[in-house]
Design a protein around this ligand. Sequence first.
Ligand SMILES: [Zn+2]
Length: 223
Amino acid sequence: MEENNNTQNNTENSTQEKKPKRTRKAKNNSVPKIINIRRCIACGAHRPKTEMLAIVRPPRKNGVKCMELKIQDGALPKIGRGTYVCKSVACVLKAKKYKRFERSFTQPMAPGTYEQLEEMARESEQKYEAVRAEIAKLNNNVELFINKLVEEGKFEELDRLGYYQYLASKERAKIKARQAEEARAEMLEFSKKYYAMLERESKKSKNNNSESNSEQNTEQVKE
Ligand SMILES: [Zn+2]
């Protein structure tokens, strides 16, 4: 009975040792995801700061608070305290209407600040629109591209593109079957040739052996 108790204790100890390791790993994995998320001061949405605009207050110099605020793209590294807004005209206008940045920094914004933010947001929206149009065009082309690859039997390329399931279509099965048959026929032909060659070589070696044997015999006879 004592032995049994000991083994139970051992198993308990081992499980206790394992548990904290797992939690530590999970924490480490979750850290980098949180770091770059910021909240929009207008709509309250949480986004990666690279997708936002910021107004930044540089750090204090000799204990004096800097009153000059900088407008900055969220993708750039910032030094100082930043307040973020989405790269959207609607969010910038909302922030302007409710004076969100003034409240955040408890000071008036320099004239033209909101206008500049609005322009930056509009620019990024236009860029995004262009990217979206490009993606739509690409999506249209992707199907044509896949069909072409299937026709040409470039299955490795398709697998690499992550269209393995697409490749399970009937067309692929047909082509693969055809290719497999061709390959099998080729292999058969090759094996036939190979065995024929092996036979020929074995015959040659036998002949050589018999010749050498006969020579040896003759020598022995001479002796
Ligand atoms: Zn927003």
